[in-house]
Design a protein around this ligand. Structure first.
Ligand SMILES: [Fe+2]
Ligand SMILES: [Fe+2]
Length: 286
């Protein structure tokens, strides 16, 4: 679906959610090999509320560090530049789309975030297993894969109410209900489009945009397949809720490109259960 079609659906949004300037600046800084810890520290420290949200996040059960991280400079030393940037992005998106559900639609935001964080953890587990080097970036991809649903809920709310009602009436996949009501567009397209507007790395844009069509991923099919599989595993374990109760089938190409055997899959399932308590605690605390 081309960008103008997406514009048609969400063109009514007066004010698109914009990423805080500090997150964009951090992304630029990290691309530059000459950036120092002091540069990163200076940028984050200018934003007091982001600084405290980052510290809350890294000290939550979800990250599970044994020692308390007391300052941004401490976080940079312990976590490294890229992870701190990813935590800043996580904190910003979490702030942008709060956990409280809207009253007129049975879409549970808490359950949504639980699905998203569980997918993030699971994507990271799968990525580690299939030896993708950028596992922290894979975590963000898992976390944001369904962000398009939040855009719909928050900014195209009347259509989203129709979509949720359609899912309830027909017990279909939310992506099919979206396509039915939004002239062929679904949350993956909208999420990819938003990530592009936010100037997030192009791999992330592709992963979000194609997480239900990994077979179109070309060079990125493997990372896309990690998110695709994580989404299916988390649905099958009934962890959180992304808006429907169906479990889609894994695409054959995605399964093949990952090259996992059932023993490896078992190990992943076991690790998910270990990480799950932390995810649940994090959502409860958040
Ligand atoms: Fe999705
Ligand atoms: Fe999902």
């Amino acid at each position: 679906m081309s960008a103008p079609d997406i514009q048609k659906v969400i063109g009514r949004i007066d004010k698109l959610p914009t990423l805080p300037h500090v997150v964009t600046t951090l992304t630029d800084l990290i691309r530059n090999p000459n950036t120092s810890a002091a540069d990163i520290h200076q940028v984050i420290s200018k934003d007091q509320s982001l600084s405290s949200r980052i510290l809350r996040l890294v000290n939550s059960a979800f990250y599970g560090f044994s020692e308390r991280i007391s300052s941004i400079s401490h976080a940079i030393v312990i976590l490294g530049f890229n992870t701190v940037k990813n935590v800043a992005l996580t904190a910003s998106v979490f702030e942008m789309f709060p956990k409280e559900s809207k009253e007129d639609v049975p879409f549970d935001r808490k359950a949504f975030w639980l699905h998203s964080f569980a997918c993030a953890s699971t994507t990271r587990l799968i990525a580690r297993k299939v030896r993708i080097a950028t596992i922290e970036d894979m975590f963000i991809a898992g976390l944001l894969h369904d962000v398009g649903k939040l855009v719909l809920d928050q900014f195209v709310h009347d259509k989203f109410v129709e979509i949720v009602k359609c899912v309830k009436a027909k017990n279909n996949l939310i992506m099919d209900a979206e396509a039915e009501i939004l002239e062929g567009i679904d949350h993956s397209r909208i999420g990819g489009w938003l990530a592009a507007q936010w100037k997030l790395p192009s791999a992330l844009v592709q992963i979000i945009g194609l997480h239900h069509q990994p077979e179109l991923g070309e060079d990125l099919m493997k990372p896309i397949a990690c998110v695709h599989l994580a989404d299916i595993l988390i649905r099958s374990l009934d962890i959180g809720n992304g808006g429907d109760k169906k479990i889609p089938r894994i695409h054959k190409e995605a399964w093949e490109v990952l090259g996992l055997d059932y023993h490896a899959l078992d190990e992943i399932m076991e690790s998910i259960e270990n990480e799950l308590t932390d995810v649940e605690l994090f959502i409860a605390e958040g």
